[in-house]
Design a protein around this ligand. Sequence first.
Ligand SMILES: NC(=O)c1ccc[n+]([C@@H]2O[C@H](COP(=O)([O-])OP(=O)(O)OC[C@H]3O[C@@H](n4cnc5c(N)ncnc54)[C@H](OP(=O)(O)O)[C@@H]3O)[C@@H](O)[C@H]2O)c1
Length: 281
Amino acid sequence: MIHELPRIALPGGERIPRLGQGTWEMGERSARRAEEIAALREGIALGMTLIDTAEMYGEGATERLVGEALQGLRDEVFLVSKVYPHNASRRGVQMACEASLKRLGTDRLDLYLLHWRGGVPLEETVQGFEALVRAGKIRHWGVSNFDTDDMEELFAVPGGDGCATNQILYNVARRGPEFDLLPWSAEHGMPVMAYSPVDHARLPKRSPLDDIAQARGVSVYQVAMAWVLRQPAVCAIPKAARIEHVRDNRAALDLALGDDELAALDAYFKPPRGKRALEML
Ligand SMILES: NC(=O)c1ccc[n+]([C@@H]2O[C@H](COP(=O)([O-])OP(=O)(O)OC[C@H]3O[C@@H](n4cnc5c(N)ncnc54)[C@H](OP(=O)(O)O)[C@@H]3O)[C@@H](O)[C@H]2O)c1
């Protein structure tokens, strides 16, 4: 049985889980394959049914692992993949999408993202995505690593406002988007998908995260996850190849940080007081 998690609405009204699972660096080492598949399946059972992958990850190896992990579960999952910018021409997205579908062992993606902005005109990429929607190959499309000015440009091209979400680097140690990108997204009714929510396991060694974790009897990672998830219009996609990490991440959804804890985190991880260029990993 799959547990139901709190959801947030995409602009079209469809609701996606607030907590999903990333897959970057999975499927690259055969010795870890079984554990990675078990971790993804455990996450799905716990309700983390949004799975994020990309054609870039392991140059297709990760999508193949995801396809294996989803056997018998495809219809329970909101499946996200991403196209390389150099494949983002009108025809390029068709071919890249077909290849991703084949590796994933499915007939459609729930969401297809432009991985980051490249040289192909946005108008052309939007046309390619829209053609994929009409063909039933993808259900929604969106972008990733787009800063506020990129989003404005996107919304100015024909059909650009059909974008479902922007997947960005956002966590307690990378708060730049709070200055303008999160408010811009909220104004446009668009949820943000936070990647690297525990900063790719590179959170500072000693910070108020440790004090809160110790006082609450949870891990530093769970505090960092709870911090990201405190924002109602943000969903997060932590990657965890270990089952115990998957369970901890799920539990973080139930951890509500108090005002004093948030203030201690603000004092150390300062909110932006001006524009910071969007960072990416
Ligand atoms: N659009 C983009 O450009 C972009 C860029 C980066 C990432 N992403 C997506 O976002 C996903 C998440 O980002 P990420 O993989 O960079 O970093 P992340 O999720 O912030 O961190 C992953 C690392 O943290 C560890 N970890 C996760 N939860 C933990 C927990 N509860 N306790 C202890 N350790 C924990 C994982 O260990 P184990 O694996 O050993 O469990 C792994 O080493 C990616 O997998 C990918 O799908 C997208």
